[in-house]
Design a protein around this ligand. Sequence first.
Ligand code: SF4
Length: 399
Amino acid sequence: MAVGQGADRGLDDIRAKVEAGERLTHEDGLRLYETDDIHTLGELANVVRERMHGRRVYFNVNRHINYANVCVLRCKFCSFYYPFGKSADDGTPQAGDLVHAATPYELTVEEIVSRATEAYENGATEVHIVGGLHPKLPFSYYTDMCREIRKACPKMHIKAFTAIEIIHFTRIAKPRMTVAEVLTELRDAGLGSLPGGGAEIFDDRIHEEAFKNKVGEVEWFEVHRTAHELGIFTNATMLYGHIETRSERVGHLIKLREHQEVSLAKRNSHFNCIIPLSFIPDGSALGNLPGPTGLEDLKTLAVSRLMLDNVPHVKAFWIMQTPKLAQISLDWGVDDLDGTVVYYDITKREGGSDGVTHQEMTIDSLRRLIGEAGCIPVERDTLYRPVERLADGSWRVAS
Ligand code: SF4
């Protein structure tokens, strides 16, 4: 059946399950992916989303800071890293090199605090910090970063560090530390939550072929399990549209769902949000791949909503899915558009090789995207509590 030719009656049994609030199987997830009836898929995803959130769509006022791009790893899907050990004078990638950023950089703690403070003074409620695995920066760099931001911006939530960075910190700390010790020290210094990156696709084949030197699912889940035990909220991601199959994506979502089930029952916090990240091949060692189409993006967001029935929020990160598609996805199960972002070095949807990383969305633009989709914009903080803006320009978490 082609798009627009009517409802796929073959999905009726899945519709019945969705309407009854029953959990979907791996096979259901694959059938949802394989249907050409994109409209029914969106309608089903919206049944779940509206049950949870009505027509509310969340966004936040945030600022991303990528503290350093120097990295000891060479993940094939990454266009952000600059290889550690390569001379800065010879920064331009040569024929035969794995593709990587043209120039290395690392920010001082003072520079990071200055950027965070500027954002805070402009109303940001969150700073989102991640970077490469820099072998020379000591663990104190990261704790100082959190502590100084906390001092300069007392109300701002610090969401920082992917699971691989946390594992990296356990190894560079002197003496070496456990995951729980690293997370506790960071939390004591001001860390509020983990952003959830670095999950990629939980599958041995993908791990071996695309990012074999990076920690895999065992370590990723260990970090998130420990965070949840400590009461630190986290998000989860899935990088899709490179060398993985749809079945492997559905398997990834089910592993997240199983983890969440235990966190909800036995731990002190859980995943707040799933962020399916659309792979952008430009500038990566997988630059020969076409990347996902718009329909594949919509399907992945909708299938994520339907499979992850126990994760509260599904985010379309507009940098990856584009603002226009992110807006459309609000009728395919999505209830969150991330935030104002401002600077994002990890991927650039357009003009990626020119070094331009200014990618900003205004609050008015976010509200317009959401309102035109027939939804109700709700500014939230990192933990999804509504934020109230006051007449004097300050803000508070609404009670
Ligand atoms: S994805 Fe992260 S760990 Fe891998 S090369 Fe890029 S910065 Fe390094």
